[in-house]
Ligand binder design. Structure first.
Ligand code: HEM
Length: 381
């Protein structure tokens, strides 16, 4: 009976189209791109759901979130495709078995995506017609998006722990069972860390939008948005100061010790990222106490951007560490490589052109929504 890591399939005999390091860089970069719209979508829908459920949704906040949701949801999906391809190419030996083992839960991502997307559009375009159902429609969409994030966390954690595969296959055959990786102690802290991060990122972008764009339309509504945004940034970030360590310490000691001095680079990367987030929290808080909040929020945004880059680096490192412990037979540097430089250059050029196009589209959207200064409603619905 296969046991331990002897279960890992042989690598794909087709050579990789680029060196492993380059594919890893592209995976990290495209995953970072995925995080931006994903955080805005998840954070925004969570805010709308909470506002609708408590009947304390302010109209300017509703207008701001519904103005961007269709765009960020579409970008969450499209920016997910590239990292999915790089993940499969580099870590296919681990990723495919994990996805097969949680087969139904993994396939359900497509259904959740369609339902969540439809619900979000229904809420944005026809809130009036939905009447009292509009609360449940947006709550449903939010749960669908959270499920997708949860399914990804399941696949990502299961791929790094192949010692669970054989037991799972035998005891809970995926063809007849709905499997998740809930025996993994890091799963829920990991998921919570991402969800809180999404709420915080949404909060900071909201505050930034309030003091730059919304301010030109309605000063008092913008002030309220600024306060709400900063609150949504600070509270989840402070909660993450508890969830983050739980996430770290639910890993085996050989892993977390790396981030507490055993490996200087891992330690510096993690704690410098945490320190930057503290800078971001302080400057966001200070932005509420000054007549010129923009510079403070700018400092906060730069610090948070660096925190996210650092944390994505930590996440990448963590995967390599887990692989070296649980899947030592997967030796990435031994994978056959036959570079197709033409295709790669083409990919990078199209990616850059796409990013330029997206920037232009966002500017156009912002211009379309920027109406002249009027008395807009700022009370609760
Ligand atoms: C609203 C929809 C989505 C949400 C809320 C979402 C959220 C997330 C979250 C939270 C993670 C991190 C999971 C972890 O590390 O534990 C993640 C990873 C990932 N997502 Fe998405 N996602 C969405 C849609 C998609 C789609 C449609 C794709 C692909 C077409 C995709 C591709 C990926 C990939 C490849 C990763 C892992 C990257 C890596 O491990 O390096 N996502 N997503």
């Amino acid at each position: 009976m296969p046991g331990g890591t002897g279960i890992i399939p042989a690598p794909d005999p087709v050579p990789l189209p680029a060196p492993v390091w380059l594919l890893q860089v592209l995976l990290v970069v495209t995953f970072l791109l995925h995080l931006v719209p994903m955080n805005l979508t998840v954070g925004g829908t969570m805010y709308l759901s909470l506002g609708e459920l408590t009947r304390r949704l302010s109209e300017p906040m509703r207008q701001w979130i519904t103005s961007y949701l269709p765009v960020t949801t579409a970008f969450t999906i499209t920016t997910g495709v590239a990292p999915l391809l790089f993940l499969q190419v580099v870590y296919g030996q681990l990723f495919f078995p994990a996805a097969i083992l949680i087969a139904w839960a993994w396939l359900a991502v497509i259904a959740a995506l369609l339902l969540g997307y439809y619900g979000m559009y229904a809420y944005v375009l026809s809130s009036e017609q939905l009447g009292r159902w509009c609360t449940w429609v947006i709550v449903g969409s939010t749960l669908m998006f959270l499920y997708i994030a949860f399914a990804f966390s399941n696949a990502i954690t299961l791929m790094s722990t192949p010692f669970r595969w054989w037991i799972m296959w035998q005891e809970r055959n995926p063809s007849t069972n709905i499997n998740l990786n809930i025996w993994e102690p890091t799963l829920f802290p990991r998921f919570a860390h991402f969800v809180l991060g999404a709420a915080a990122f949404f909060g900071l972008v909201t505050a930034l939008y309030a003091v730059t764009v919304a301010r030109k339309r309605d000063e008092s509504a913008a002030k309220q948005m600024h306060r709400t945004g900063v609150l949504w940034f600070i509270v989840p970030t402070v909660l993450n100061y508890a969830v983050g360590p739980i996430f770290l310490f639910t890993h085996e000691p050989a892993v977390w010790q790396q981030y507490l001095g055993a490996n200087v680079w891992a330690t510096v990367l993690l704690w410098a990222s945490v320190a930057l987030s503290v800078v971001a929290v302080l400057s966001a808080g200070l932005s509420l106490r000054t007549a010129a909040p923009f510079p403070w929020l700018l400092v906060s945004t730069v610090a948070v951007s660096l925190t996210i880059v650092g944390m994505v680096g930590v996440r990448f490192w963590l995967r390599l560490q887990l692989m070296s412990i649980h899947a030592p037979e997967v030796r990435l540097h031994e994978l056959p490589v036959q570079p197709q430089w033409g295709m790669l250059i083409f990919f990078v050029l199209v990616l850059l052109a796409g990013l330029g196009l997206v920037t232009w589209m966002v500017l156009q959207l912002q211009r379309a929504y920027a109406v002249p200064k009027t008395e807009s409603p700022s009370g609760s619905r």
